[in-house]
Design a protein around this ligand. Structure first.
Ligand code: HEM
Length: 492
């Protein structure tokens, strides 16, 4: 093994130990003491600095998606979509853009097993020539709730009980008994796809509806889909126990080993598109994040491929300090009015200013790889080199001008102030259809997992009945079979 491989790669790297300020360290073994037995002198600056650095090694973990693995690679356009969007990185087939991807689990801590039943994060940062575009999605195409007001409470119920730090079914069943909009998401989470075999054999979805804008200003609603070229693989309960029991980092290891061996994982990017003029024509709201768009009416159209061919150089730099944000869009792609998406536009940068500091976008992994310029400056941990006396705008001394205008969403906005739910909730049709699309064994496994949550001894009869009622509205057979299972367990 080459010992130099383990050395830091900084251009300032010295061949001997130093303090952080560069003073040579001639003894990195023994503290400075009075005599050989101590006590230690406070003037042992090297010891104090070493401990002080160590004491501060941890930064707050992400409040959700704490456990994850990152990899780098590129995105390549394979199909012309320039009639739909003026996004520079989608300008023509063959165009390549560097990316970094982070896959994650959602609920548990930074060191938790990767075999837990949980959605998986699928976040892609495109370093485009017009700034970073972050597609911060999941491996499931829908979400539990459709209003961000509910997100903190939802996460609290899914996280461990604050009293004993154990995830408990009764708390989950209780919270979601108030939220039938979550049924569709549960038909993914409690289905066989609820525990992906690893991060490579996993689909990804932008989940929300976004909007594409063409150069001429044409607006198109869009949903994004990633399909792995190696296919989708998942684990059933027994398999997950074996895999997770032998290696609680199996998915991180699988990704790292595959890339190190040159077996580069690849995904194809597809879009579904809709004319905004058609938004009101369906029995569901196309901006509702708890709904999918039926693929027979909105076929998947190929756009490009993503190849991950580089492992992170350093886990802390490229994973812990990595910051994704659904607000980071580029000209040619913008937000829809989806309320949940609008909440996310605020939340990510806010948590990252807390988690990483106000200058988190200067950290190399987050910084744009294109030229950028503004007068935001200073603050904690600012390390941007500035050599300018004009830090105000406008100025006759600063030649930098506004960028050329880019298309905006032109839909007129009007309405009273309201705190309301969507008019077309339609909470039961899509979950029912999905359940009926499965074979009997798959249906039975799903019902068993739902029953396990409801059999938690702290679930009340009221909560169980509400759930049976919800599932009956999705599919009467499903409701009856769930009720029978609960009765057999003496719980109804
Ligand atoms: C991470 C908030 C909904 C996917 C996070 C983080 C926060 C957050 C605070 C931690 C970010 C960080 O520390 O860097 C929210 C809120 C939501 C919401 C308030 C709803 C209002 C969603 C949805 C999806 C999603 C619908 C999927 C489409 C992710 C992913 C990450 C993440 C993939 C991890 C990104 C990474 O790997 O660093 N979310 N989230 N979130 N969220 Fe959300």
């Amino acid at each position: 093994m080459d010992p130099m491989k383990h050395r830091p790669s900084s251009s300032h790297d010295a061949p001997y130990w130093t303090t952080n300020s560069g003073a040579p360290v001639w003894n990195n073994n023994s503290s400075l003491t009075v005599g050989s037995r101590g006590p230690i002198l406070l003037e042992d600056y090297h010891l104090v600095e070493k401990l002080a650095n160590f004491d501060r090694e941890r930064i707050p973990e992400r409040v959700v998606h704490a456990r994850g693995a990152a990899a780098k690679g590129f995105f390549e356009v394979t199909h012309d979509v320039s009639h739909l969007t003026c996004a520079d990185f989608l300008r023509a087939p063959g165009t390549q853009t560097p990316v970094i991807v982070r896959f994650s689990t959602v609920i548990h801590e930074r060191g938790s097993p990767e075999t837990l039943r949980d959605p998986r994060g699928f976040a892609v940062k495109f370093y485009t020539r017009e700034g970073n575009f972050d597609m911060v999605g999941n491996n499931m195409p829908v979400f539990f709730i459709r209003d961000g007001m509910k997100f903190p409470d939802m996460v609290h119920c899914l996280k461990p009980n604050p009293k004993n730090h154990i995830q408990e079914g009764w708390r989950i069943a209780d919270f979601f008994s108030h939220h039938p909009e979550a049924l569709h998401m549960f038909t993914f989470l409690l289905d066989d796809v609820g525990v992906p075999a690893n991060y490579r054999h996993m689909e990804g979805f932008g989940v929300h509806t976004f909007m594409l804008l063409s150069k001429a200003g044409k607006e198109t609603l869009v949903k994004f889909h990633w399909k792995p070229t190696c296919g989708v693989k998942c684990l059933l309960e027994d398999e997950a126990v074996v895999v997770g029991g032998s290696n609680h980092s199996h998915a991180t290891q699988d990704l790292y080993d595959a890339i190190a061996a040159g077996d580069y994982p690849e995904w194809r990017l597809f879009i579904q598109t809709m004319d905004p003029a058609d938004q009101d024509k369906f029995d569901f709201d196309p901006l509702d994040v708890t709904k999918t768009w039926p693929e027979d009416r909105f076929p998947l159209q190929p756009v490009g491929r993503m190849v991950l061919n580089r492992n992170p150089d350093n886990f802390f730099n490229d994973n812990e300090q990595l910051a994704f944000c659904p607000a980071l869009v580029v000209p040619g792609i913008t937000y829809s009015d989806d309320k949940l998406l609008q909440t996310r536009i605020f939340s990510y940068a806010d948590t990252q200013r807390h988690r990483l500091g106000p200058n988190y976008l200067q950290i190399p992994v987050n910084a744009p790889q294109c030229a950028h310029h503004n007068n935001h400056h200073d603050g904690f941990m600012n390390f941007m080199h500035r050599d300018s006396e004009v830090n105000y705008f406008p100025s006759r001394f600063d030649p930098v001008r506004h960028a050329a205008p880019t298309p905006m969403n032109k839909a007129a906005l009007a309405g009273r102030r309201e705190r309301a739910v969507l008019a077309k909730e339609n909470n039961f049709a899509q979950p029912g259809q999905r359940f009926r699309s499965w074979d009997a064994a798959r249906q039975e496994r799903f019902i068993g997992r739902m029953a396990d949550i409801l059999l938690d001894k702290r679930c009340t009869q009221e909560i169980r009945r509400i759930w049976v009622g919800y599932w009956s509205q999705a599919d009467s057979q499903l409701g009856q079979r769930l009720a029978a299972k609960l009765q057999a367990g003496g719980a109804l």
